[in-house]
Design a protein around this ligand. Structure first.
Ligand code: MG
Length: 242
């Protein structure tokens, strides 16, 4: 089903030199089916501080650091940015609401894909704007023996976060690979923008409510409607990417 689409993109001269060594996975909405809960938590937390943020807006901001999201909404809703203390408090509230919601599930097809990536001798990495302290435990619990802690990029590592290419450039550096030796897997428009800006072939998975164009207009090189669809197309994509 995706064959002509893949070939059409890979024929492009600029991707002829891809020599895949690492696959850089975003976390929320890619490895975990967690975006619904994040959107609800953002919406509820902002409401508690007298600010309006729809669930859909949460999807549009997905990938940003918490501080950046809070400042954008605060500026719009109150005419000024939030103080350091407010950012801390609002983000804490958002995290509490998120934690109280039912635990998000592993994204269907994600573990199968990660096993294939690893078995192919490629380096699987997580590149996330999330800053939960228990991140690594959670990843190890749901995806045992897949990720190496020293190769993770989280909110604790970056200064700017997505949509800046910084997190993906940092991932390349940590894995000691070049842009043409990596592949980004993202579900968020700003995450796609970051991957593309880092010069990396970027696969978008549309696992949320936004239209495909929200991802394609950011420069996604390929789009799949779900993780299972990507998992199904993996062998072919990998053989074409080389
Ligand atoms: Mg995401």
């Amino acid at each position: 089903m995706y064959e002509p689409f893949i070939s059409q993109y890979l024929d492009k001269h600029r991707y002829e030199a891809i020599r895949l060594k690492a696959v850089l996975f975003d976390m929320d909405g890619v490895l975990f089916d967690s975006m619904k809960n994040h959107a609800t938590a953002w919406h509820e937390a902002m409401k508690r501080y007298g600010m309006s943020m729809t669930r859909e807006e949460a999807y549009m901001h997905e990938g940003r650091t918490g501080a950046s999201t809070i400042n954008i909404v605060s500026l719009r809703e109150r005419g000024h940015e939030a103080t350091e203390a407010e950012i801390k408090e609002i983000y804490h509230t958002k995290s509490e609401i998120f934690t109280a919601l039912a635990k998000p599930e592993r994204m269907e097809g994600a573990y199968e894909l990660l096993l294939k990536v690893k078995q192919a001798g490629l380096i699987p990495m997580v590149v996330t704007g999330s800053g939960q302290k228990s991140l690594l435990d959670k990843l190890n619990h749901y995806f045992p023996d897949i990720f190496r802690p020293e190769l993770m990029v989280t909110a604790f590592d970056v200064k700017y976060g997505k949509p800046n290419p910084e997190p993906y450039l940092m991932a390349l550096k940590k894995a000691d690979v070049r842009a043409n030796e990596a592949l980004v897997v993202e579900n968020a428009p700003l995450g796609v923008r970051a991957g593309v800006a880092a010069g990396i072939f970027t696969v978008a998975l549309n696992t949320g409510p936004l239209p495909d164009d929200a991802l394609l207009s950011e420069g996604a090189n390929l789009l799949f409607p779900s993780m299972p669809a990507f998992n199904e197309a993996w062998e072919q994509l990998y053989s074409e990417l080389g």
